[in-house]
Design a protein around this ligand. Structure first.
Ligand code: B12
Ligand code: SF4
Length: 390
């Protein structure tokens, strides 16, 4: 391992301001430094989150819990943690598209290039700059790529505080920003943590369409639309389908509700400005995507990660919520899709758009061919729901 030079207080100050300047030049919107031991409460809180099952099927959180809870377990040599923020603020009202049921709503963080790709190169450049200016030391860069608890670390470094919605809020940037980190063996000057400025405000908690906050500062991911549309592999549990509205990838309601966003500004990084075709894409066109067309449309976007089948599942829920019967013929086509989650979601969408008699006739016809138990179960549950509503 390269040796870590001991720097005088004056040299350290100079190094930190050079680092800040370089970070700003590279497009980062804030930088702050903390110590690896600055989040002593994190392991216990993470353990509680996992014990409560709030991570749902994100088994990787459990598998990496020891390293995630403590930077020093992840990398014993680490002496300082540099936390960075990159603003992805939207140009206009983040929630405007929710009022257009003929459109799919992709959350703001995914309307442009994947932030992992955008930040990784810049982080590496900043880390090399640090080592060259310090005259030594070792570094590791992370942007949600290793088990690091980025939010509590960022709060400890003073970048902002974890709001009641659990995300980081900054007095200067609001809450539309990504986090990334550089771990280093260098002893840099650490800052004071930011304190909580939420006060008695509960706007984010009240805004959540699915009641995903059992308490302020605690999220049950299993109820969060972001988790359901991105991380969750099976059918969307029935109780969340209507509240999803036209949210087909992620959710921004709790972030958008935060009054601190009055200080937010539009992203300055060109690659984090919304792609025009992803701001309010036509649901009709999305429902027709096959695998190659899906990959092409979402090339370079975080949406690509969930794959075409999960994405079409989400679009079918939005179609079922749209009240728009012009989708019917495409949804009927999707009843013959190879993917079980697509067929199941198509059944639900039809149960919402067709009159009960027409749905019953279609069910009788299709159940004769449907071999999958899960999809058959969806038909029967929808028939039962319709019968109980009449
Ligand atoms: C897993 C994950 C998710 C999961 C779970 C979210 C969660 N809150 O845990 C899901 C898929 C739901 C998700 C959704 C989103 N995510 Co996410 N996610 C992560 C990830 C990978 C890990 C987060 C984690 O460690 N969770 C475990 C829990 C235990 O940690 P925690 O949330 O910090 O929990 C704290 C509180 O519970 C608190 N606490 C507990 N009890 C108490 C009591 C009191 C009194 C207090 C004060 C606090 C407190 O202490 C805990 C530890 O600090 C991070 C990246 C990373 N490596 O950190 C991105 C990250 C948090 N996500 C991010 C984003 C942008 C989102 C979305 C906005 C995306 C979207 N638009 O759909 C949503 C927001 C939903 C929400 N309200 O959180 C950004 C947030 C940036 C920011 N400004 O904070 C991150 C940091 C990614 C990044 N590199 O930028 N995400
Ligand atoms: S992202 Fe949406 S569903 Fe998830 S906690 Fe926030 S408001 Fe609720």
């Amino acid at each position: 391992m390269p040796s870590s030079p001991a720097l005088s207080a004056k040299a350290l100050d100079r190094l930190c301001s050079q680092l800040r300047e370089k970070a700003a030049q590279l497009g980062f919107d804030d930088l702050a430094i903390t110590r690896p031991g600055a989040i002593p409460q994190a392991p216990q809180r993470l353990a509680q989150f996992l014990a409560d099952g709030h991570h749902g099927t994100m088994g990787w959180m459990e598998e990496t819990a020891d390293r995630r809870g403590s930077p020093s377990v992840l990398w014993p040599q680490v002496r300082s943690v540099i936390m960075l923020a990159m603003n992805y603020g939207p140009a206009g009202d983040a929630l405007e598209n929710l009022a257009h049921p003929d459109r799919g709503n992709i959350s703001v963080y995914a309307r442009h290039r994947d932030y992992h790709d955008v930040t990784k190169g810049k982080l590496k450049e900043l880390a090399s700059f640090l080592v060259s200016r310090a005259g030594g030391g070792d570094v590791k860069v992370f942007v949600d790529t290793a088990p690091v608890m980025e939010k509590p670390l960022a709060q400890a470094a003073g970048l902002g505080w974890q709001g009641k919605h659990t995300n980081l809020v900054s007095r200067r940037l609001g809450s539309w920003f990504f986090l990334a980190s550089i771990f280093t063996t260098l002893d840099l000057s650490a800052a004071e943590p930011e304190r909580d400025h939420c006060g008695s405000c509960r706007a984010c908690l009240s805004a959540c369409p699915t009641g995903a906050f059992p308490q302020p500062y605690r999220l049950d991911a299993r109820r969060c639309i972001s988790y359901l549309t991105i991380e969750h592999a099976g059918p969307i549990p029935a109780e969340f389908r209507e509240p999803m509205g036209n949210r087909i990838y992620g959710c921004d309601d709790c972030l958008a509700a935060c009054p601190w966003n009055k200080f937010a500004v539009e992203a300055r990084e060109a690659k984090l400005k919304a792609r025009a075709d992803l701001e309010a894409p036509s649901l009709d066109a999305l429902l027709k995507l096959d695998d190659p067309a899906f990959r092409q449309l979402f090339s370079g976007s975080p949406v690509k990660r969930i794959g075409r089948d999960r994405f079409i599942r989400n679009c079918l829920i939005a179609a079922g919520n749209s009240g728009d019967t012009s989708h019917l013929s495409q949804i009927v086509t999707l009843l013959g899709d190879d993917a079980v989650i697509v067929r199941g979601a198509a059944v639900w969408a039809l149960s919402r758009l067709l009159a009960p008699e027409a749905f019953m006739v279609l069910a009788q016809e299709r159940l004769a061919f449907e071999a999958d138990a899960e999809v058959r179960g969806e038909w029967l549950a929808c028939l039962q729901r319709q019968a109980s509503q009449n």
